[in-house]
Design a protein around this ligand. Structure first.
Ligand SMILES: [Zn+2]
Length: 267
């Protein structure tokens, strides 16, 4: 499984793109997770050398602007090209009930009639439930409700190879309810809004986010093998990897990754 980070920033970044990524299976099937905040998604895909047409499966964690809006561009591109006869096959967007309801409403209001006619016939909005397992890009994926107090959000656990688990709790700290799923996993993708040493400046807790040190402590406690941090501030972008690794390493003894936008990682 190959990971391409399209974006690594939090909601308000301008120096990098909002957090979203592509998982690519060995057979070439691709899953887009979240879309970032706009048509910058298309720029990031272009820069990564990924044809937007190849993204046939999409998962949206929650309906915040910095995750959802890029998906609207995917919907537009797919439906517009379907209307032109320039798109083969079907595409699927997965999300919890509020996500699929909102995408449907926005598509109804924003797309042309000839475009939105492809909803549910060629572009499928699939509502997933807490604890449900589905096959995405040929891999079993179990969705889980984070129990967010902010806005309803789902994460997922993918068995990306037999016996190997990747856990992604979207852009919020891994909740205790998901600890059993994450314990001993091979990869944990976790938000880290900023350094713990700069929490006073960035105030992550007010936004239900956490810090590098705390994400590392969680991963250490759960025996996670590799921890990838994203959804960060951008003030430290040039030295982010260095600073975040330095803060986190004393608290976490697995492999700690702090990727930049467009980094490609073999899982
Ligand atoms: Zn976010």
């Amino acid at each position: 499984m190959k990971l391409t980070m399209l974006g690594t920033g939090n909601a308000l970044v301008t120096e990098c793109y909002n957090t979203c990524f592509v998982l690519e299976a060995q057979d070439g099937q691709r899953l887009l997770v979240d879309g970032g905040g706009g048509n910058g998604l298309l720029r990031q895909l272009k820069a990564a050398g990924i044809d937007w047409r190849s993204l046939r499966q999409i998962f949206l964690t929650h309906r915040h602007l910095d995750h959802l809006t890029g998906i609207l561009w995917m919907m537009r591109m797919i439906c517009q090209n379907l209307a032109r006869g320039a798109y083969e096959g079907d595409a699927w967007i997965y999300g919890h009930d509020e996500v699929t309801a909102l995408l449907r409403e926005l598509a109804d209001r924003l797309l042309l009639p000839k475009e939105r006619g492809f909803l549910d016939t060629r572009l499928h909005l699939v509502t997933v439930t807490d604890g449900e397992t589905r096959e995405l890009i040929g891999r079993p994926v179990t969705f889980f409700d984070l129990g967010s107090v902010k806005t309803k959000q789902y994460g997922f656990c993918m068995e990306y190879e037999p016996g190997r688990r990747l856990v992604c709790p979207g852009d919020e700290p891994l909740p205790e309810r998901a600890f059993p799923m994450a314990r001993g996993c091979d990869w944990l993708f976790h938000e880290a809004f900023c350094l713990y040493s700069e929490a006073e400046i960035f105030r992550p807790y007010e936004k239900n986010h956490t810090t590098v040190r705390e994400a590392c402590e969680t991963a250490e406690r759960l025996g996670v093998r590799r921890l990838l941090l994203y959804h960060t501030e951008e003030k430290n972008l040039a030295r982010r990897r260095e600073l975040y690794t330095a803060e986190g390493s004393p608290f976490y003894h697995g492999a700690l990754l702090v990727p930049d936008d467009l980094d490609v990682i073999e899982l």
